[in-house]
Ligand binder design. Structure first.
Ligand SMILES: [Zn+2]
Length: 500
């Protein structure tokens, strides 16, 4: 499949070149006074919201590998980027905090060795709900992944400053740290490369003699890659990198950050140049003794969290338990989170919010009856709380009570729109009651929010099938299987264990 990124070369306008002598110097001139105004310092004085921390851990797989100093810089930089850059949803995509944080954090990876530039020259990030098709003139989005005849792109960097990104590809690129594919790194590498007025693989901010050196190294690497491709040899760089030194710079950046050992082995000089430009050493992130690599949010052996309930330190107030419970929840430790929310409920039996959170923990642990009991209790405590009704809808769907589930979801309203699990369960409830079109809409939204959700792909394939769309059904089924779906067992999330 023609899955590659693209840079769109537009002749630089004179004012684009004028004030930017170098990456660093130019920004000092343009943005220095604003920096002094203290807005950024005020912003950074606030603690990072726990939801944002959870997004980082969930969507930016490189983050846990960074040193503590690098993590702090990345967190600071991402907040400035989120605050100062424009994020625009296209084709009906609603921009969420998750999108902004995920993109800004990956962008900030490129700034770890840099100070004073926050992609100020990116006029806006334009986010699409799917990959785009590039005809001869301009871009048109496509939801049809089987469109082989045209150029399918995941993103695009314009010389004038816009960055176009396909959100599902941003997400899948960010969640895998070591596959050398990351569309945000790619497009922003083009952007940095173009700060001197042209995207030619010669980044700005280099002394004249280093520029010559870079030029020589990039030309040699390009020759080597083209030779390797012609000879059928494996390369860490994708074939599209052979298009130009500009693409080599962008694809090389992806490998530099995500497959540094392989890049250094195959293209040592290119690796050294990228290290000189980005001023970081990703080799240490992938070193065997880097224990932080184990801190993925779903990792059961996560050293930051106690191994069992017995090891949970006692806290003083219900608020403290609530906050810690949310942290465990974000880390995917439903057992520990449930224990903390349980303490809140014991301290105050009318703590409706804690009941909702505890119910969700039970739901994720497959304690169906306990989850439903909490959902109903939460609805009684606050009949207007839409989160509680949404939880009740999920619990009822999990128990196969689909009509009741849909009635509960109807009372939850638009609270569902950003809640993948609620949408998934509602999709199943629609599907099981024969409303294939609505099921299809919900499952499509789930896939949009998390393209790696294999159950959603599988369930959507069933909807397509029942709607008579056999081509789409087959396509979704293939995708589900690629993602590890095994279709001999039960369908649905709760069936996953039974199919192994
Ligand atoms: Zn490119």
């Amino acid at each position: 499949m023609l899955d590659f990124r693209h840079s769109f070369l537009v002749p630089a306008t004179p004012d684009c070149v004028s004030s930017l002598v170098s990456f660093r110097e130019g920004c000092e001139v343009v943005f220095g006074s604003w920096f002094r105004s203290g807005r950024r310092q005020k912003l950074l004085a606030q603690p990072l919201a726990s939801e944002w921390q959870a997004i980082l851990l969930r969507n930016v797989a490189l983050y846990p590998r960074l040193s503590p100093v690098q993590q702090r810089k990345l967190v600071d930089d991402l907040r400035i980027i989120v605050a100062e850059r424009r994020f625009v949803g296209c084709k009906g995509l609603v921009v969420t905090d998750e999108m902004k944080v995920t993109i800004a954090a990956q962008a900030a990876l490129l700034l770890l060795g840099e100070a004073g530039y926050y992609f100020d020259r990116v006029t806006s990030f334009l986010l699409y709900p799917y990959k785009m098709v590039l005809p001869a003139h301009g871009v048109r989005p496509s939801s049809d992944e089987n469109d082989f005849d045209e150029r399918v792109i995941l993103g695009q960097a314009f010389q004038q400053g816009e960055i176009i990104l396909s959100w599902p590809d941003v997400l899948s690129g960010g969640r895998v740290a070591d596959d050398g594919e990351n569309v945000v790194l790619h497009e922003l590498a083009h952007h940095l490369d173009g700060l001197d007025g042209q995207m030619g693989g010669s980044p700005p901010g280099l002394a004249a003699d280093r520029q010559e050196h870079f030029h020589r190294v990039f030309e040699a690497a390009l020759d080597q890659l083209r030779r390797d491709l012609a000879d059928g040899c494996d390369s860490v760089l994708l074939p599209a990198a052979a298009e130009s030194t500009s693409e080599l710079f962008a694809y090389g950046t992806e490998c530099f950050y995500e497959q540094p050992h392989e890049l250094r082995e195959q293209y040592p000089e290119l690796f050294a140049c990228l290290g000189e430009f980005y001023k970081v050493d990703p080799l240490v992130w992938f070193a065997e003794n880097n224990t932080v690599t184990n801190t993925h949010y779903e990792d059961e052996d996560d050293e930051r969290y106690p191994a069992s309930l017995d090891d949970l330190p006692a806290l003083e107030t219900a608020d403290q338990y609530f906050i810690r419970g949310q942290e465990f929840f974000s880390a995917g430790r439903w057992d520990l989170a449930a224990a903390d929310f349980n303490r809140c409920v014991r301290i105050d039996p009318a703590d409706q919010e804690a009941v909702v959170w505890r119910g969700r923990c039970y739901l994720y642990q497959d304690h169906a009856d306990a989850a439903l009991a909490d959902a109903e209790r939460a609805c009684r405590l606050d009949p207007d709380d839409r989160e509680a009704h949404s939880l009740r809808g999920m619990c009822l769907a999990q128990q196969g009570r689909f009509a009741e589930s849909l009635a509960a979801f109807a009372r939850a309203g638009d609270v569902l729109m950003e809640d993948m699990d609620a949408l998934y369960y509602r999709g199943i409830a629609y599907s099981e009651t024969g409303d294939w079109s609505r099921a299809l809409a919900d499952l499509s939204r789930v896939i949009e929010l998390d393209p790696s959700d294999k159950e959603a792909w599988y369930e959507r394939s069933l909807c397509h099938e029942r709607l008579g769309k056999s081509f789409e059904a087959e396509r979704d089924l293939v995708r589900a299987r690629e993602l590890g779906w095994k279709d001999e067992g039960e369908s649905g999330r709760e069936g996953e264990g039974a199919t192994e």
